[in-house]
Design a protein around this ligand. Structure first.
Ligand code: PBG
Length: 361
C-alpha cells in the first residue's frame, strides 16, 4: 500500500487549514481502517462479537448446617458459607437479576467425614435438604449438584482410597481407586436426583463415571436429569480458596494428579470431552477458565454440546486481592475476564462473581 504525501501548505488541500502548520505528515492510502468501527460507542456496540449476559452465569454457593449462618470466607472476599434459609434469600435475588442457575457445594462437619464418604448419599444430608428446600421456595431455579466425594471423605479425595497391590508388587500402596469410586458416585447422583436436582455435575474425573451415572439415572426413571461433565478438569493450584471454603484440602500426602489433568495437556482435554459425550454428557466443562482459554476454544470447536467454563476460586481471589490493594480496577477486570471466557467459546460460566456482575450488566 503506497503512501500519498500531503502537502499541508497546499492551497488546494481543503484539510490543510485544519492541520497544524509545518508538521510534516503523510496520509496512508489504506483500503481497510479497522478504527472506523471503533469511533463511537454506537459503532463499537454494533461491531461487538461477544456479549456477556446474566443468563450466561451460574453462581456457586457453599452451604452449611444451621439457621441464619453467614460465615465469610477469608480467601474469597464477598463470598460466604450460608445456611439453607439464607441460601434461599440469595437465590431469590439472583433470579431477580436474571441469573438462571446455581451450583451447590456442601461443607460437611469433620465428624461426618469417613474414608468411604458415605454421607454423600445420605438422603437427609445437607445437599439433598438444600435441594428440596430450594425446589420448594423457587421451583424455577436451575440447580447443579456437585458429584464428587471430597467434601465427605476423611482423606479430602474426590475418590475412594484403597491400599492396592498389583501382581508382582511386594508392598501395597494407597491409591484412588476408579471403579469402586464410580459405584459411590452413582449412589450420590441418585440421591441428588431424588432430591430434585436439575443437573448433576461430576467433578471427580474418574474414568467411566458419566456412562455409569447416565445408565443408573435412566434405570431409576430420572431421564430428565442432565449431566454436566467436568470433562477437562486440571490439577490446578487455583482451587486453593475453594478448599479453604469447604475445608476439603487433601489430607495424608496424596495429591489429585492421578485423576485431574496435567496443566501441560490440551489434546488430552479433547479426548476426555469425546469420551464423556459418548457416555452421555449433555454438557462439558473446562476448569479452570482464564488460564485455559485455549482449551475452552479447542473444546468449543470440537463439540456440538454446550460448553461450560469454571472461573474458579483462585481466579476470583486474585482479582479481589489486587482490587483491594488498589492495583486493579476490580469491577472492570472482572467483566473483562468473564467476557474473555465467553469470547473463547464458553456458553455457560460458573463464577463467584455472578451476582455482582449480573447487577452491573
Ligand atoms: C472438587 C471440586 C473442586 C472445585 C470444584 N469441585 C476442588 C478440587 O478439585 O480440589 C474447585 C472450584 C473452585 O476452585 O472454585 N470436587
Amino acid at each position: 500500500m503506497g503512501l500519498r504525501p500531503v502537502d499541508v501548505d497546499a492551497a488546494d488541500n481543503p484539510e490543510a487549514s485544519m492541520l497544524p502548520k509545518r508538521i510534516p505528515m503523510s496520509r496512508l492510502s489504506l483500503v481497510e481502517r479497522p478504527r472506523r468501527l471503533r469511533r463511537t460507542d454506537a459503532l463499537r456496540r454494533m461491531a461487538r462479537e461477544a456479549i456477556l449476559t446474566p443468563a450466561d452465569l451460574v453462581q456457586p454457593f457453599f452451604i452449611v448446617d444451621g439457621k441464619g449462618v453467614r460465615e465469610p470466607i477469608a480467601s474469597m472476599p464477598g463470598q460466604h458459607r450460608l445456611s439453607i434459609d439464607l441460601l434461599i434469600e440469595e437465590v431469590k435475588v439472583l433470579r431477580s437479576l436474571g441469573v438462571p442457575g446455581i451450583a451447590l457445594f456442601p461443607k460437611i462437619d469433620d465428624a461426618k467425614k469417613t474414608p468411604g464418604g458415605e454421607e454423600a448419599w445420605n438422603d437427609d444430608g445437607l445437599a439433598p435438604r438444600a435441594l428440596r428446600a430450594l425446589k420448594d421456595a423457587c421451583p424455577e431455579v436451575m440447580v447443579i449438584g456437585d458429584i464428587a466425594l471430597d467434601p465427605f471423605t476423611s482423606t479430602g479425595q474426590d475418590g475412594l482410597t484403597e491400599d492396592t497391590s498389583w501382581p508382582g508388587m511386594k508392598d501395597t500402596t494407597p491409591e484412588i481407586v476408579n471403579d469402586p469410586t464410580v459405584a459411590a458416585l452413582v449412589k450420590q447422583a441418585l440421591c441428588e436426583a431424588r432430591a430434585g436436582v436439575d443437573v448433576v455435575a461430576p467433578s471427580d474425573m474418574m474414568d467411566g463415571r458419566i456412562g455409569a451415572i447416565r445408565q443408573a439415572l435412566d434405570e431409576a426413571g430420572f431421564e430428565r436429569v442432565c449431566i454436566l461433565s467436568y470433562a477437562a478438569k486440571y490439577a490446578s493450584a487455583f482451587y486453593g480458596p475453594f478448599r479453604d471454603a469447604l475445608d476439603s484440602a487433601p489430607r495424608g500426602g496424596l495429591d489429585k494428579k492421578t485423576y485431574q489433568m496435567n496443566p501441560a495437556n490440551r489434546r488430552e482435554a479433547l479426548r476426555e470431552v469425546r469420551l464423556d459425550i459418548a457416555e452421555g454428557a449433555d454438557m462439558v466443562m473446562v476448569k479452570p477458565a482464564l488460564p485455559y482459554l485455549d482449551v475452552v476454544a479447542a473444546v468449543r470447536d470440537a463439540v456440538d454440546v454446550p460448553v461450560a467454563a469454571y472461573h474458579v476460586s483462585g481466579e476470583y481471589a486474585m482479582l479481589k486481592a489486587a482490587a483491594a490493594n488498589g492495583w486493579l480496577d476490580g469491577d472492570r477486570c472482572m467483566l473483562e475476564s468473564l467476557l474473555s471466557i465467553k469470547r473463547a467459546g464458553a456458553d455457560v460460566i460458573l463464577t463467584y462473581a455472578a451476582r455482582e456482575v449480573a447487577a452491573k450488566l
